[in-house]
Design a protein. Structure first.
Ligand code: SF4
Ligand code: SF4
Length: 154
């Protein structure tokens, strides 16, 4: 669980709606089903994707394997299909090192089935205060009725 300072930092400074927990299980699923998002949305056709290849080396590793209702589905050619390990692990791009980023999740991305990570919603500060206030009010009224019942019974 995040403490109050972390919640504040995530939601107000980083403007994140989610925070990440868990760890990678090394299943390789996220390298086998990739959607590519750019300024106009998720890539839908190969021509569009060809232009992106000049922008970042990560795109040159990808090959199209399918198309579904979300967009083109890519697989990374650096994934060893036998071990499910990345063949360029030490020099893999930053996007892979930081995966899964909370921002991607906020933009509509999702985690692979049975991924070892989880995305938890960051509760806004106002909501935290409200919960604390409610608890305090409840505690006060419980205390009052206990005092009344114990000391002022007729
Ligand atoms: S899907 Fe999740 S657990 Fe599997 S390799 Fe990717 S990050 Fe790790
Ligand atoms: S470069 Fe490695 S970590 Fe990144 S998507 Fe490809 S196989 Fe996965």
């Amino acid at each position: 669980m995040l403490n109050k300072f972390q919640k504040f930092f995530y939601s107000k400074i980083l403007r994140r709606k989610y925070y990440r927990t868990g760890h990678c299980l090394g299943c390789g699923k996220c390298c086998k089903k990739i959607y590519v998002k750019h300024s106009k949305g998720i890539i839908q056709d190969e021509k569009e994707f060809e232009n992106l290849k000049y922008q970042h080396r990560f795109y040159t590793y990808l090959k199209v394997i399918d198309k579904d209702e979300t967009g083109l589905v890519f697989e990374c050619t650096n994934l060893d299909s036998e071990t499910n390990r990345c063949k360029i692990h030490k020099t893999r791009p930053g996007i892979c090192r930081r995966y899964p980023q909370e921002e991607l999740f906020s933009m509509g991305g999702s985690l692979s089935d049975n991924c070892g990570y989880k995305m938890e919603p960051v509760i806004p500060f106002s909501e935290v205060f409200l919960t604390i206030q409610k608890k305090e009010t409840k505690n006060k009224s419980t205390k009052k009725s206990w005092i009344k019942e114990t000391f002022f019974k007729k």
